[in-house]
Design a protein around this ligand. Structure first.
Ligand SMILES: Cc1cc2nc3c(=O)[nH]c(=O)nc-3n(C[C@H](O)[C@H](O)[C@H](O)COP(=O)(O)OP(=O)(O)OC[C@H]3O[C@@H](n4cnc5c(N)ncnc54)[C@H](O)[C@@H]3O)c2cc1C
Length: 579
């Protein structure tokens, strides 16, 4: 197949805060440098017309961005010191911090807010709006931005040096044949490619495996945040109020917590985080969130209100020990793709921005020396180590791992870590952090006696007022994918689904996916025996890929690790507005 090749200098994959900050900072460094040479203030050669491109799989910049979000402004203030005056879309400064412990019936307000959750001086933002604004700033600075262009594959030379990215083909039908509107993806060639794909990046995953960038590091662990926006009938929850909760509905072996943020126009933004290292195979993070809302405190807050938006996305929670090497020949990894998020604070925007800026400085020097080798790009990690990011992450480096020992020991450890600068005590230190899916137990081991019809939420009803089923929620994520394309969720061995997985785990994909993508359906009344002696099971996996909200949970949580999330045709996915 003939493919067009376009020569760029620098290509960013993913238009999130990390990459947009990086592209903007780089464009400015180059412009300042050339101007300084032009007016004699600096010696050297001008860099001239450096072509910077950002590709994004979403239909618009920001459409796939979902966050909380309370933003620590430290990163943004370094990138754009007068961001307030320049009209950054901020919902509100944080005016109040509340921390609640929820029992089944009561909400107990803690007299003190745990230090990581103190948000004085921070802002409540809609990250998808803020990202769109950063995209405009990039365009003003001369960066080329291409929405609807998913990065489908990295391009390598014969020495495994990354030389660019291939964008996804358009117009392939569900049988894999070319349609009338077929357009092959483009090879964007670059001196350096920056992966800022957010959590569990599909290209990042392949790169890390291919080059062994995670050697000697702990496996990344994840959580899943499920979120809704609600319009309230009155001012009962003030704009600028931030509430975090612990306790109900999570059991003490499941990492989890809730948030409620007051936004403008009587909108509250609430969500629930469930650790994707849960043990009970019947846990359903979407159902956990729905249960969260049935707590009397939440039910009262939301009564008379209307749910207006839904979304879900994974969070990389492993911290410092789980970060891969972030450079190789011709490539850098920034933001959530590299695991810069601080899980104890549930904050990653500030460090995503900062990591992007540090990458920009690295690329700027590489452009000056015309050297894009790992040796030069490796100075990115030195910059990260010398910046404020590393002390922050060091302080919380053992935060998540300790929750494997249950909520109370996890909390005690979190407190101790804070006092001991991240050390905590030996026994709960970061011993053998396992990949999250390994924590999931089989139905027989977890006490369901292997009963695949067992239920964890027998009392949960979706009433369409306070609680919603997944299909209704997905409608509020405004998801769309052209249905006549191959599924972008590759299940590498579907034979396991109706046999081993059904018996061992009760097909947990139906539960951990927050968008009803995976469904076991009856295809016959009984299993049938084929002429070759193999059996066609009674049930089969159906993949409703057009529901997918791109949260990446299936790629992370499948117990057999046989689900591979790849980018669908450009522009498909959720349309997160105000999230
Ligand atoms: C539920 C939830 C709550 C959070 N709450 C907070 C909070 O309150 N405060 C805070 O500071 N942080 C919070 N975070 C974390 C914060 O949102 C992230 O740390 C931050 O968004 C990371 O920025 P990023 O640029 O690395 O990635 P992202 O914001 O994820 O952006 C990545 C972009 O890359 C695109 N992309 C991915 N793959 C490809 C590809 N192959 N080709 C083209 N485009 C691609 C995606 O569509 C997306 O637009 C929260 C996260 C979640 C999920």
């Amino acid at each position: 197949m003939e493919r067009e090749s376009l020569e760029m200098d620098v290509v960013f994959v993913g238009a999130g805060p990390a990459n947009l900050s990086s592209a903007l900072h780089l464009a400015r460094l180059i412009a300042e440098h050339d101007a300084a040479i032009g007016n004699g203030a600096r010696e050297g050669r001008p860099l001239g017309d450096i072509q910077i491109a950002v590709i994004e799989k979403g239909a618009t910049i920001g459409s796939h961005i979902l966050s909380g979000a309370v933003m620590d402004p430290r990163g943004l203030a370094e990138l754009i010191p007068d961001f307030v005056e320049q009209g950054a879309p901020l919902e509100s400064p944080v005016n109040e911090d509340h921390f609640l412990y929820l029992t089944k019936k009561h909400a107990i307000r803690s007299p003190i807010t745990p230090p990581p959750l103190k948000n004085h001086g921070y802002y409540i933002v809609s990250l998808n709006r803020l990202t769109a604004w950063l995209g405009e700033k990039c365009e003003e600075a001369g960066v080329n931005i291409f929405p609807e262009f998913p990065g489908a594959d990295l391009l390598y030379d014969e020495n495994d040096r990354v030389i660019g990215v291939r964008t996804g083909d358009k117009g392939i039908d569900k049988e894999g044949k070319q349609r009338a509107n077929f357009e092959p993806g483009v090879d964007l060639l670059a001196k350096v490619t920056i992966l800022g794909e957010g959590v569990r990046g599909s290209l990042t995953k392949k790169l890390v495996r291919r080059l062994g960038l995670d050697e000697g590091r702990e496996p990344q662990v994840y959580s899943l945040g499920v979120k809704e926006l609600w319009e309230l009938p009155d001012d009962r929850y003030p704009v600028g109020r931030v509430t975090h909760t612990l306790g109900f509905p999570s059991d003490q072996w499941t990492y989890g917590g809730g948030w409620i943020y007051g936004m403008q126009n009587r909108v509250v933004n609430l969500g629930y985080v469930t650790g994707l290292d849960y043990r009970d195979p019947l846990i359903d993070p979407h159902a956990e969130f729905q249960r969260f809302k049935t707590h009397p405190f939440l039910a009262k807050l939301l009564s008379g209100g209307k749910m207006i938006r839904y979304g879900a996305k994974a969070i990389a929670a492993g911290g410092l020990h789980a970060m891969p090497r972030m450079f190789a020949d011709g490539v850098l990894i920034v933001g959530d793709s590299a695991g810069f998020l601080n899980a104890a604070r549930l904050k990653g925007i500030h460090s995503a921005i900062k990591s992007g800026m540090l990458a920009a400085q690295t690329i700027f020097e590489a452009l000056l020396s015309d050297d894009f080798s790992a040796a030069t790009l490796g100075t990115f990690e030195t910059r990260v180590k010398e910046s404020w990011i590393t002390p922050e992450l060091r302080r919380y480096r053992n935060f998540h791992a300790a929750f494997r020992h249950g909520r109370w020991l996890g909390m005690a450890n979190a407190g101790l870590q804070y006092i001991t600068g991240g050390r905590a005590w030996g026994i709960l230190d970061r011993d053998h952090q396992e990949a999250g899916h390994e924590a999931m137990q089989k139905l027989s081991a977890y006490g369901y006696n292997g009963d695949a019809s067992a239920q964890r939420y027998p009392e949960l009803r979706f009433d369409g007022q306070l609680t919603f089923n997944k299909v209704t929620d997905v409608y509020h994520a405004a998801v769309s994918h052209d249905e006549d394309q191959p599924a972008h969720l590759h299940v590498l061995d579907t034979n396991i689904c109706a046999t081993r997985c059904a018996e061992e785990y009760g097909n947990p994909c139906q539960r951990f996916c927050p968008a009803a993508v995976y469904e076991m359906v009856d295809v016959a009344q009984t299993a049938s025996v084929n002429p070759d002696g193999t059996e066609t099971p009674r049930r089969q996996l159906q993949i409703n890929f057009s529901n997918c909200v791109h949260c990446k949970t299936c790629d992370i949580m499948d117990p057999y690790q046989i689900i591979n999330w790849v980018t669908p045709e450009g522009g498909g996915g959720p349309e997160y507005k105000g999230m």
